[in-house]
Write a protein that binds this ligand. Structure first.
Ligand code: MIC
Ligand code: SF4
Length: 753
């Protein structure tokens, strides 16, 4: 499946490209820089690109898309006029499978319920030369790690956790669908040259501490926006003690600190993983260019000189962490959890422990968790909480079943869901969730935003390593510390769980009957793409209107969002995932999770035309019908989380003109630009406070929209008093051209006409 020719060619050119960059820059290079400089697009002039400032054109090696974002990406690609993708690309059916009964039953239901979407994705993949991973094959990031990721490569994927492939030494970046279209159409992919954060790992992982704890700790240090615009490069002795899949977990959750991506230098753990997953040929090739697959030695010897920020973590001193609730950066060491939970009044009874997901379902994770389940059986402990497993891929599921782990989990009453996102993305039909009761769950996923897993805003979701999740589920108590505490068993004896043990890789090798891959037609020109004209789930895209060149005036405030406003708040997942291919229908979820700063409520905003309060999408549709532009105002790190471009396309479709916030998350800001929206930030953050509920806005110098030039906004309050404020933007000329054309795709289309 993997493309050995591509990797061979890439490695053949690596040395010359890196040498050329080093000559030009006259300094040693970090691994991230090596990969970036080896993937410059076309004959772009070499320069010591300014980090965090210069936009640079890249040529990624591959593209990966998951079903919930691929629909929009491929609907856009179909409008690009190309007959085949320019780089190897894959589609993975993972987000649309609901976790309800058990893996097989749920998969069969999903195949029926989502038939038209799967048929569309299968036919469009077949036509344009895209590899298709059927429902049940697994979660995109696990499948990519098992099959496609390679050290020193660069890829993009239409999912924020594409960064998982950093575990195999890639620079892998999450993007919106429109970015994927650029790469699949053979065009340059633009990225602001990232800043570099170096994380030095000393010591060695041992005992209860897992790779997950490293990133949970890092999240606590950096917070959800501390990695914005940066690549995190891990190095040091400690890195060597982490398995390749463990490195994947760490890189995966780099998305939770806003990092562009994270990566590790090539080492023996990666070689072992490549060989175990049928890619000995790639390992051999990588061994031949080893020195280019890690930073130059001078870099790691004096990291402060080469990275913008350096963090050091001593793994010998690290303890397990539990992060949450409601945000992945609220990090609490396990030894302090009992106290912190009590102080904050968090419900301490754990209802459900969930392991797996794209973040943590390696053979190692599962085997270590199973060792705890086995201890529970041996020590006559019953799991107090419910326990579920969502394997990351069929390869892993088949192998762990063969090796008896599923049987072990079954003995503690576990449910095994399909190899899919399931509970991680609100595709969890959790009995009783609709009652909205206050309760606690703990999982080994990556995100724990409000309502994310089961739609209940009162579910307190905590994130931990699979080992800790398993131990905590057995104890059923958030204040339990498995490192020190005893549990009372069925016979009333006090017993203690021993340190978990497991295997990095299966001793008998991985095995699978049908991994779930379907190769595309050699020549897809006669393949017909299936979209029913009356479908409620798929809708062909119409171009957005071009900008008329005039200042936007008389714009109404749609909503001033307060506090956390992630893409889950802007375009909720769960049940809404079914409309991901239908822009008009999914627009009915626009901003329904955002909290209105004026009444502290979600999905209740004032319609300035009637004075009445209504749901955000309905109010926006009323403004649109009246021909009135609107703006959305937001807080810090607006659009954090997912890569879903629906969060930008919905406002665009419904007539919102600008999103003005204190700060943006990277992918969302780019998505807004790509879709022809204005994504702007307050020059003075305190101006957020000047925005009133009945405000009307006039841009006064948008007709002079130019790179590096601030914009001026006049705010007219209900009492006719006015404030004039300055707004920053990060648009370069090309991005301004997208805005002018209506969207980036509209510009491509015009250029191809
Ligand atoms: C997520 O983890 O939030 C998702 C669902 O995988 C998203 C993609 C999507 O919204 O489809 C992501 O991380 O980009
Ligand atoms: Fe799926 Fe969750 Fe991973 Fe996103 S984070 S790809 S929803 S498993």
């Amino acid at each position: 499946m993997f493309d050995l020719d591509l990797i061979t060619k890439s490695y053949q050119e690596l040395s010359a490209k890196i040498e050329r960059a080093k000559k030009h820059l006259k300094r040693p290079l970090t691994l991230s820089e090596k990969i970036l400089y080896a993937h410059l697009y076309g004959d772009q002039a070499l320069s010591d690109f300014k980090r965090g400032i210069d936009y640079v054109d890249f040529a990624p090696d591959r593209v990966a898309m998951q079903d919930a974002t691929a629909q929009m990406a491929l609907l856009q690609f179909m409008n690009s006029g190309k007959s085949k993708t320019a780089v190897p690309s894959t589609v993975h059916c993972d987000h649309l499978i609901q976790a309800s009964k058990n893996g097989l039953a749920d998969l069969n239901d999903a195949i029926k319920i989502n038939k038209e979407v799967y048929d569309f994705l299968e036919s469009v993949s077949n036509k344009y030369g895209i590899g298709f991973w059927k429902p049940g094959a697994g979660i995109i990031h696990q499948v990519v790690l098992e099959n496609y990721a390679f050290p020193g490569g660069m890829m993009i994927g239409t999912d924020s956790h594409t960064v998982n492939a950093g575990g195999l030494g890639m620079v892998a970046i999450g993007v919106g669908g429109a970015d994927a279209v650029d790469v699949m159409a053979g065009m340059a992919w633009e990225l602001k040259f990232p800043k570099l954060i170096g994380i030095k790992l000393t010591g060695k992982l041992s005992g209860w501490v897992a790779p997950k704890d490293i990133i949970l700790k890092v999240a606590g240090i950096l917070t959800v926006k501390g990695g914005t615009g940066a690549i995190i490069e891990y190095f040091g002795e400690g890195a060597k003690s982490i398995s390749c899949t463990g490195k994947g977990t760490i890189c995966n959750m780099g998305a939770e600190v806003g990092a562009t991506t994270s990566t590790f230098g090539y080492d023996e753990s990666m070689e072992r993983y490549l060989r175990a997953t049928g890619r000995a040929a790639v390992a051999d090739l990588a061994n031949g260019v080893k020195e280019h697959l890690t930073a130059d030695p001078e870099v790691y010897a004096s990291p402060e000189k080469y990275f913008d920020q350096v963090i050091e973590i001593n793994l010998n001193e690290l303890e397990p962490y539990i992060n949450g609730p409601f945000t992945p950066d609220r990090a609490t060491p396990i030894s302090q959890m009992a106290e912190v939970a009590k102080e904050n009044g968090w419900p301490t009874k754990i209802e459900v422990g969930l392991i797996g997901s794209c973040t943590n379902s390696s053979y190692e994770d599962i085997s270590r968790s199973a060792s705890l389940a086995q201890q529970a059986v041996n020590k006559k402990l019953k799991s107090k909480a419910e326990f579920t497993i969502t394997p990351g891929s069929e390869l892993v599921r088949y192998t762990i079943e063969r090796d008896g782990f599923i049987d072990t989990f079954n003995q503690i009453g576990a449910s095994v869901f399909a190899n899919a996102c399931g509970p991680c993305i609100g595709q969890w039909s959790r009995p009783g969730a609709e009652k909205g009761e206050k309760n606690t769950i703990i999982h080994s996923f990556n995100r724990n935003f409000s309502k994310r897993a089961d739609g209940n805003p009162n579910t307190y979701a905590f994130v931990a390593s699979p080992e800790i999740v398993t131990a905590m589920a057995i104890a059923g108590d958030l204040t339990f510390n498995p490192l020190t505490d005893y549990l009372s068993n069925e016979e009333g004896e006090m017993v203690k769980l021993d340190i978990p043990s497991g295997h990095e890789l299966p001793a008998k090798g991985f095995d699978v009957e049908d991994a779930g891959y379907q190769a595309p037609a050699e020549n897809g020109s006669s393949v017909v793409v299936k979209v029913a004209p009356d479908s409620s789930r798929l809708q062909l895209l119409q171009p957005f209107a071009a900008w008329d060149g005039e200042n936007i005036t008389g714009a109404k405030l749609l909503i001033k969002a307060k506090g956390k406003c992630t893409t889950d708040h802007i375009s909720m997942a769960g049940p809404w995932l079914r409309f991901r291919g239908h822009l008009d229908n999914i627009s009915n979820n626009m901003l329904i999770g955002a909290v209105n700063a004026f009444n502290e409520q979600a999905n209740k905003v004032k319609n300035q035309l009637t004075g009445e309060y209504g749901e955000v999408p309905a109010v926006q549709r009323a403004y649109k019908a009246a021909g009135l532009p609107t703006i959305v105002v937001g807080d810090q790190n607006y659009g954090e989380g997912s890569s879903r471009e629906h969060a930008a396309m919905e406002p665009r479709h419904l007539g919102v003109k600008a999103v003005i916030v204190k700060s943006f998350a990277r992918i969302h800001e780019t998505n807004l630009k790509k879709q022809g929206m204005l994504g702007l930030t307050f020059v003075n953050e305190a101006d957020y406070d000047k925005i009133q509920e009945d405000d009307t806005f006039n841009f006064i110098d948008l007709n002079g929209f130019a790179p590096g030039k601030q914009l001026t906004l006049e705010i007219v309050h209900a009492d006719q008093t006015q404030d004039t404020i300055k707004l920053n933007h990060t648009y370069n000329q090309q991005q301004i051209d997208w805005f002018k054309a209506g969207s980036a795709l509209d510009l491509i289309r015009k250029q191809n006409l």
